[in-house]
Design a protein around this ligand. Structure first.
Ligand code: CUA
Length: 362
């Protein structure tokens, strides 16, 4: 310890005071850069996937236009205020001989006070008008013919997705049709929560809307370009909040209708994996999961009827591969610590059998 302080003292005397200050500034700047960059890069999205400035659907497009206008107005105000400040700092800086005389004393000016009261009021008024028009546009949208209705229920930490009119229940991957030349085909979402507050946010499709217990929130999306859009829960909801990811799969109208027809089918009763099926129904899996067409009717966990049609496992945490599925069945806590599915203490054989059975759920 004594050695260390000696080194420090030597170092400080070696560096002159100004140099130390410069070094300190450099370190502070580097730290600030790391903090800012790590927040800015994901927002701007180097791969363009979750870029809020590259909306690919309504209402995200309309929200972006309003945001850009507000940002521009703020930028102009910032440049004017900072410019005047800088001008005053330089123009009226301390000069030799200033001590002898006092600067002119100004006691209020009606014109200036009027100007800096009226101008901000006008600016705020314009911003209120533009913002309320955008909000009204989005909230007053009526579902046209052919609208898809879906209910999304937030759970710790996954998304239950129901299409009441189509009779489909799935999880974590919302399929919606793209609006094309044949007319608008938006998806209207009813947002609910089974436990705590969550927030549904797919940046390229729409703004955030919270999912609140005992309350029904509404939102809609109308994408035009097929593709997979990533989003996440945007309201802290517990330990695995950061891994409560949502995927929105936008399909052409025909692809979406085909997907819906497949999802409407009951679970395939494959003749293979008989042992796995037995093991699944012998354990408490059935208390939490539904497999339509079987006696498994649990409601706490995701519906597994067409598990293999989903790209990811555990709400977007790992790809839906054989290895990951096996690891999940063996001990979900190793993949998603704190999730409500416990380690069922299955034997190696049971793990393999149940995995094989789950893989028949296409
Ligand atoms: Cu759900 Cu954060």
């Amino acid at each position: 310890m004594k050695q260390l302080s000696l080194i420090c003292i030597k170092l400080m005397t070696y560096l002159q005071y100004k140099r130390a200050l410069r070094a300190l500034f450099l370190v502070a700047f580097a730290l600030m850069w790391i903090i800012v960059a790590s927040h800015v890069t994901p927002v701007l999205g180097s791969d363009g996937i979750t870029n809020i400035f590259k909306p690919l659907a309504q209402p995200a497009q309309e929200i972006k236009e309003t945001s850009v206008l507000v940002l521009l107005v703020s930028l102009v105000i910032f440049v004017v205020v900072a410019g005047l400040l800088l001008y005053a700092l330089i123009r009226f800086r301390h000069r030799a001989g200033d001590e002898a005389s006092e600067p002119p004393q100004v006691y209020g000016s009606n014109q200036i006070e009027l100007a800096w009261t009226v101008m901000p009021v006008l600016i705020v008024f314009v911003l209120i008008l533009v913002t309320s028009r955008t909000i009204a546009d989005i909230q007053n949208r009526k579902p046209p013919q052919g609208t898809v209705q879906a209910t999304i229920v937030g759970h710790q930490w996954w998304w239950e997705i129901r299409y009441p009119e189509l009779g489909i229940v799935t999880a974590n991957e919302l399929h919606v049709p793209a609006s094309d030349g044949r007319g608008p085909r938006p998806t209207f979402l009813k947002l609910e929560s089974a436990d705590v507050a969550h927030s549904f946010w797919v940046p390229q499709l729409a703004g955030k809307t919270d999912l609140i217990p005992n309350r029904e929130n509404l939102m809609w999306i109308e994408p035009t370009q097929p593709g997979t859009y990533l989003g996440n829960c945007a309201e802290y909801c517990g330990t695995q909040h950061a891994r409560m990811l949502i995927r929105v799969v936008v399909q052409t109208a025909d692809d979406f209708d085909r997907w819906a027809r497949e999802q409407q089918q009951a679970a395939s009763a494959a003749a293979t994996a008989v042992e796995g099926r037995k093991a699944f129904f012998a354990n408490s899996c059935v208390n939490c999961h539904t497999i339509r067409g079987t006696s498994a009717q649990g409601k706490f966990g995701p519906d597994l009827t067409h598990l293999m049609s989903r790209e990811m496992l555990a709400a977007g945490v790992v790809p839906n591969t054989t290895d990951n599925l096996r690891a999940w069945v063996r001990d979900p806590q190793r993949i998603k610590l704190g999730c409500l599915m416990p380690n069922m203490q299955l034997t190696d054989q049971e793990v393999d059998q149940i995995t094989a059975y789950l893989q028949t759920l296409k």
